[in-house]
Design a protein around this ligand. Structure first.
Ligand code: HEC
Ligand code: HEC
Length: 435
């Protein structure tokens, strides 16, 4: 763990990272800088940017169809190299609290990544910590070291933005003093996270947001709005959701909202984020097409295989992260197989109708219908779902008396939940305005 060197960076972070609402403001200079960094191909060889795996029009996840239909893991800048997981959305991630153990609810919360290991301890925000990783990761952007990244930025056209935001000479470092390199590198992470916290990335402009806002304005109770609890005419006076979408919201409220929170505002009063930022093992099976299983034959720069275990690899998620930390090691076993509850915002967003997406940490599921079928019938033996990747700690109880994995939803109810999830794609208001 890198110890934070300069505390002023942390103080600045609080000011910069606090997200602004609405989607009409002009970007600030630091947001613009973060955006340049996000879309710049800073990699070796030079072909890959953050957006290669997090494309806005795919809901900030990866857009290559051939990858999404199979392994769902995106190749690195060195194209034979693959990591182990599917890219989650990079949007709405800045709202995640610093990774911690919630003493009251006895569970881990917060952080970025499927296992929370971008904790936020370094720069005061999980997404800023996260942004330090991909450039140097040998299965991602594969840059040699921090100084190489900084030198690239210093030569770029947007280097002047760096001076404007962080002061003249703020890209300078002394190669013999590591702390000076880290300080500059941290500024890169903080700038990216500020872009990720901007209203361009976190738009809150979905059909659901239009429903939420109009219902709140009509004086309805947030819990009722987010669970679809009550009369549609009262909750949705402007008729923003159709009947099927509203029916889907009702079922969603019963079976999904406990984890994918739809009925409580997010930090600072923003509309619901469709995650509690907690962790759970919902029993997702292995994705047999995951290219990581072949990474026993592909090597890192030091000659070690990317995945020494080959086919025998099991992704223990949160448990394996906890094993790396003395203070949490003892709780690793009871958290094996748990993954971060992802936001469902933009879960259906894609570059065009029928363009494939993949779901879950390993992308094993290929449609929202399949996801809902899984929740509905995971524990019905005749349905023949493959066994969970990690069979301990599998979440069984949804709400008192309502089992998970055998929800007894009808075909229509499944379809309604899918229709509801499709209302979570940003861009609804924008589209409407153009009409
Ligand atoms: C080669 C593909 C790839 C590239 C390039 C890439 N990412 Fe990711 N990103 C991923 C994967 C895979 C994960 C999940 C990894 C894990 O959980 O272990 C991820 C996770 C994230 C998350 C966490 C979201 C959350 O809710 O936890 C954010 C934010 C993110 N990436 C932003 C970025 C930024 C910023 C860059 C560029 C500096 C970047 N990514 C470059 C593949 C990529
Ligand atoms: C006990 C908590 C919990 C409940 C209840 C729950 N989910 Fe999830 N959901 C998760 C977790 C954890 C993941 C990620 C699991 C993984 O990758 O292994 C997930 C993943 C998903 C994904 C994939 C998102 C992506 O970006 O890959 C969708 C879609 C989804 N859930 C929809 C639903 C729906 C619909 C319901 C209700 C029928 C529901 N969830 C109920 C915890 C929950």
């Amino acid at each position: 763990m890198r110890v934070k060197t300069l505390c002023f960076v942390g103080i600045l972070a609080i000011g910069f990272l606090f997200p602004r609402l609405g989607s009409t403001q002009d970007p600030t200079t630091i947001e613009q800088l973060g955006k340049e960094l996000f879309f710049d191909k800073i990699s070796q060889p030079s072909r890959m940017s953050c957006s290669s795996c997090h494309s806005q029009k795919m809901g900030w996840t990866g857009q290559t169809a051939g990858i999404n239909v199979h392994g769902s893991v995106f190749r690195g800048a060195r194209p034979q190299r693959f990591g182990n997981r599917k890219p989650p959305s990079a949007a709405y991630a800045t709202f995640s609290p610093i990774f911690h153990f919630d003493l009251v609810r006895r569970r881990f919360v917060g952080g970025n990544f499927w296992d929370g290991r971008a904790t936020g301890e370094v720069l005061g925000n999980p997404s800023a910590d996260q942004a330090l990783g991909p450039f140097l990761n040998q299965v991602e952007q594969n840059m040699t070291d921090m100084a190489t990244v900084i030198d690239h930025v210093a030569r770029s056209e947007y280097a002047r933005l760096f001076d404007q935001v962080w002061g003249r000479g703020s890209l300078d470092y002394d190669p013999d003093i590591p702390a000076t390199v880290e300080t500059v590198y941290d500024r890169i992470g903080l700038s990216i996270a500020t872009f990720e916290a901007s209203s361009e990335v976190n738009q809150f402009s979905s059909q659901f947001d239009a429903y939420w806002t109009s219902s709140l304005a009509a004086g309805d109770d947030p819990e009722d709005i987010g669970l679809g609890r009550g009369d549609k005419q009262v909750l949705d006076p402007q008729n923003i959701l159709n009947e099927q979408e509203f029916d889907g919201l009702i079922e969603f409220g019963k079976f999904c909202a406990r984890c994918h929170v739809s009925h409580r505002p997010g930090p600072g009063g923003v509309a619901p984020l469709f995650t509690s930022f907690g962790y759970s093992n919902i029993g997702v099976p292995k994705n047999p097409d995951n290219p990581f299983y072949d990474m026993d034959l592909v090597f890192l720069d030091d000659g070690t295989p990317i995945n020494p275990l080959g086919d025998a690899y099991i992704d223990y998620g949160l448990g394996d992260f906890l094993r790396t930390r003395v203070e949490w090691e003892a709780m690793a076993f009871e958290n094996d197989g748990k993954f971060k509850i992802p936001t469902l915002r933009n879960v259906d967003r894609r570059i065009g109708k029928g363009v494939p997406k993949a779901y879950m940490h390993n992308g094993v599921f290929k449609s929202l219908k399949e996801v809902v079928q899984f929740y509905n019938s995971r524990d019905v033996p005749q349905e023949g779902w493959a066994p969970p990747e990690v069979d301990r700690n599998v979440s069984r109880a949804v709400l008192a008396g309502v089992p998970m994995g055998n929800l007894e939803l009808s075909e229509e109810q499944e379809d309604a939940i899918v229709a509801f999830m499709k209302t979570l794609s940003d861009g609804y208001q924008i589209r409407n305005n153009r009409r």
